[in-house]
Each structure stands twice: as structure tokens, then as C-alpha cells.
Ligand binder design. Structure first.
Ligand SMILES: [Zn+2]
Ligand SMILES: [Zn+2]
Ligand SMILES: [Zn+2]
Length: 368
């Protein structure tokens, strides 16, 4: 097996270039694939916990009394499929009010918010691609419904972030499969940058930059020649960044992927707000999500990852960006430990050319 993957890697192109993220240009990536340029230490795969039930796990069925009172239990009986509970160690809370302060150059905003845990499944160690499509669709509708309730619960909440950490390097402290919802009084900087830049793109080009990127991924083809020697510098093939396409969604390897195996999933038809996704969207999202996770699992195996949903923030100042912004899910597998160079420069280093990674993911043969 190791032999096989070694051969696969030795066939890959050697690339050394800085790629500018088309949506957030300040988030550039150094794609440096030559072996000698691989200073990165590999992250161990997440220990695969195949246990269905763990006596001491607070998220396992039968141990419901070990968690705070549930916010939701779906369905509301002992046979629940999903539960939402408050996080025992919230990073933001609504239990205490601190005034917003400004002193000298220092400012604080009250850490008001909500931090909740979604217990994704009753089976302890089940992985996303092992869940049924039906279950995943239920999970995504649960995210959506809770997000809506939170936005309506308090005007101070500006953004609801849905995300999942899987594996200790990705920040998961409990091994039972779970995701998190954080409702916060500020819009995260990266989401703000995406909204700001896509709005500026819309003003100049009268189209959504995400829709344009999807179009480009599905139709663009080009050959670039060296003007002096006439040698081919680069060939861009149709669909080379596409991993999967379903009726309503597309899974794409970003051209400037920060992480070696990063994949984004976007609705094919323009939509700014995840809250607009209906039951048919959820069923189709579940399908493409499972297949994408199965591909990742086949190529990199038991990987640690984060995924997060980026949707248009709520509030009057964002209403004008509905035509410009396009909701999406970013899946970021953690296969290497960030180096001092990356942390100090803010420049991500990716050691596998995104086109090659896309091809390897596409080439996985899925049984269903
Ligand atoms: Zn458990
Ligand atoms: Zn769009
Ligand atoms: Zn995003």
C-alpha cells in the first residue's frame, strides 16, 4: 500500500508558485510540491474509533443525563437520532453581561453568544461517509433550523457558525461524532472578507464571483505558451478542479487550496443564505457530501478534518450582498502541521498541486 502511494506521488507534477485566492487575495498559498521543498511534518491520522457504544461517553445513548438539558432531541424520544445540547465549556455565553469597553487603543466587545454541540449520531465512532444519506440530510436540516432559531433569538447575534472538528489535531476533544454551532456578536473576519470582496466583484462585473468560479470550473479550457520558446507553459483542462457534481451541488478543489486535500461544496444555483436551502437541497447536499467524504477517506484514510459552513451574515448591512455572496461548505483535512513559516507569514504552504489532488479524488471508484 505504501509502495503504491509512493509511486502515485512520484508521478505528480513539480510546481512552485504562489497562487492568489480569487475571492480573498490576501489569503495566498505557496504551492511547492518538490520533495526537497517538503519541510512539513505530517499529522497523524485520527485514531479510528469504530466502537458503537462507550459506557463512559456523555454523548452515547443511555448517558443522556451526563449532558446539560437538551435544546433539541430529534425525534424527541429515547430513540433519538440527533441531539443538540449546550457546550459545557462555551467560548461565548449569555449568562453574564460585560459592557463593551474602550481604553486607549484597546477595545472589547461583550463575549455574548451561544455555543452548542450537535451530537451528530447515536453511534459513537461512525464517520460521515458511513452515515446514511437520510441521516445526513436530517443533520443538515437540523443545522439550518437551529441557525434560524438563533438568528431570531437575539439581535445582538451577527453570525451563526456551523462547523465540525474531527480528530484531536482538528480540535475535537470528545471522540463521539459531533459538530458545533457558535452564535456570535461579530462576523468572523474571513467571512467578512469573502462578503466584502464578492460584493466589490459584483459591483464591477455584475455577477457573483462564486457562480463565475463554478462556470469556469465546468467550462474553461486553455493552453498557455511561453512567448519566446513557444513551449507549453500550462494546460488548463475542462473540469480539472471538479470532484463531484450532483443535481444541485458541486464539489470543487480550490485553485488556491490552503490545505492539500481541501474541497469546497457549493450550490450550483446562486443562493447567499444556507437558510434558503429546502428539503430537496438537503437530500442532494447529503449525497454529494457523503461521496466527497468517501473519496477523501479512500485517498488519505482516517483523516482529521474541519468543515465549516459560510453563509451570508444577517443584519441590514449585509442585505445588499445577497446577489454577490454564495453560501458554501469548506472541508479542510489536516494532513500536516503548520510550520513557523506559515504561522509567521500567513502564507499557507500546500505540497500537492491542487489539480493532481483533484484527479486523485476523482479517480476513486465509489460503489454507491
Ligand atoms: Zn459516544
Ligand atoms: Zn453565486
Ligand atoms: Zn468561505
Amino acid at each position: 500500500m505504501a509502495q503504491e502511494s509512493d509511486n502515485t506521488f512520484s508521478k505528480l507534477k513539480v510546481v512552485r508558485e504562489i497562487r492568489i485566492n480569487p475571492i480573498v487575495p490576501s489569503e495566498s498559498v505557496l504551492v511547492a510540491t518538490a520533495r526537497s521543498l517538503r519541510p512539513k511534518k505530517e499529522e497523524a491520522p485520527a485514531p479510528y474509533d469504530s466502537r458503537q457504544h462507550v459506557e463512559t461517553c456523555p454523548f452515547c445513548r443511555g448517558n443522556e443525563a451526563m449532558t446539560p438539558v437538551p435544546i433539541a432531541e430529534i425525534p424527541a424520544d429515547d430513540d433519538w437520532k440527533l441531539r443538540i445540547v449546550e457546550n459545557l465549556y462555551p467560548v461565548l455565553g449569555d449568562d453574564r453581561e460585560n459592557p463593551d469597553l474602550a481604553f486607549g487603543l484597546q477595545q472589547t466587545i461583550d463575549g455574548y453568544g451561544r455555543h452548542e454541540v450537535v451530537i451528530d449520531h447515536s453511534s459513537h465512532g461512525i464517520r460521515i461517509h458511513e452515515m446514511t444519506g437520510e441521516h445526513l440530510a436530517l443533520l443538515f436540516s437540523t443545522y439550518r433550523n437551529r441557525m434560524e432559531q438563533l438568528y431570531h433569538s437575539d439581535d445582538r447575534l451577527k453570525y451563526v457558525l456551523l462547523f465540525k472538528n474531527f480528530g484531536p489535531a482538528a480540535g475535537a476533544s470528545i471522540s463521539h461524532t459531533h459538530s458545533q454551532i457558535i452564535a456570535m456578536p461579530v462576523v468572523p473576519d474571513n467571512v467578512q472578507a469573502e462578503v466584502r470582496n464578492s460584493t466589490a466583484f459584483y459591483q464591477t462585473n455584475h455577477q457573483c464571483i462564486f457562480c463565475s468560479l463554478i462556470d469556469e470550473a465546468l467550462t474553461f479550457e486553455a493552453t498557455l505558451y511561453n512567448q519566446r520558446s513557444g513551449e507549453i507553459q500550462r494546460r488548463i483542462n475542462v473540469g480539472q478542479f471538479v470532484i463531484e457534481r450532483s443535481e444541485r451541488f458541486i464539489a470543487i478543489k480550490p485553485f488556491a487550496s490552503r490545505y492539500e486535500w481541501e474541497v469546497h461544496i457549493l450550490p450550483l444555483l446562486h443562493s447567499a443564505d444556507f437558510l434558503n436551502a429546502g428539503p430537496e437541497d438537503m437530500a442532494d447536499l447529503a449525497r454529494i457530501f457523503r461521496r466527497t467524504m468517501a473519496r477523501l477517506n479512500a485517498v488519505i484514510g482516517g483523516v482529521q478534518y474541519n468543515f465549516f459552513f459560510h453563509s451570508l451574515p444577517h443584519g441590514a448591512e449585509y442585505e445588499g450582498s445577497a446577489a454577490a455572496f454564495h453560501w458554501h461548505v469548506e472541508i479542510c483535512p489536516r494532513t500536516s502541521i503548520p510550520t513557523g513559516f506559515e504561522l509567521g507569514s500567513g502564507l499557507f504552504v500546500n505540497t500537492i498541486c491542487p489539480e493532481d489532488a483533484a484527479e486523485m479524488l476523482r479517480n476513486v471508484f465509489l460503489l454507491e
